[in-house]
Design a protein around this ligand. Structure first.
Ligand SMILES: [Zn+2]
Length: 90
């Protein structure tokens, strides 16, 4: 009697738990893939002008919308005043 209880209840329960974790892992990988699938958008990039790389954080900024700073006669472009100040402080 007890053995039938185990077979009838524990086995389906174990199968259910296994399947649930299996489908959950499937679902999680699918969610990770969909998170990566949209093209990488750089929110700081403003269309218009030439793109220049911010030497502090590496973001590409358009020359029209960037924060500029002239260092040794070279114009540097930053995505924000914070980055410019960081560069100046360095
Ligand atoms: Zn920056």
């Amino acid at each position: 009697m007890l053995r039938y209880l185990i077979v009838d209840i524990l086995l389906p329960l174990l199968t259910f738990l296994l399947l649930r974790s299996f489908f959950r892992s499937l679902f999680q990988t699918r969610r990770d893939v969909s998170r990566q699938s949209p093209p990488p958008s750089a929110p700081n990039v403003v269309v218009g002008g030439e793109l220049k790389k911010d030497p502090v954080c590496g973001t590409y900024v358009s020359t029209g919308a960037s924060v500029t700073c002239t260092v040794d006669g070279k114009v540097l472009h930053f995505c924000s005043k914070e980055c410019r100040d960081k560069y100046r402080a360095a």
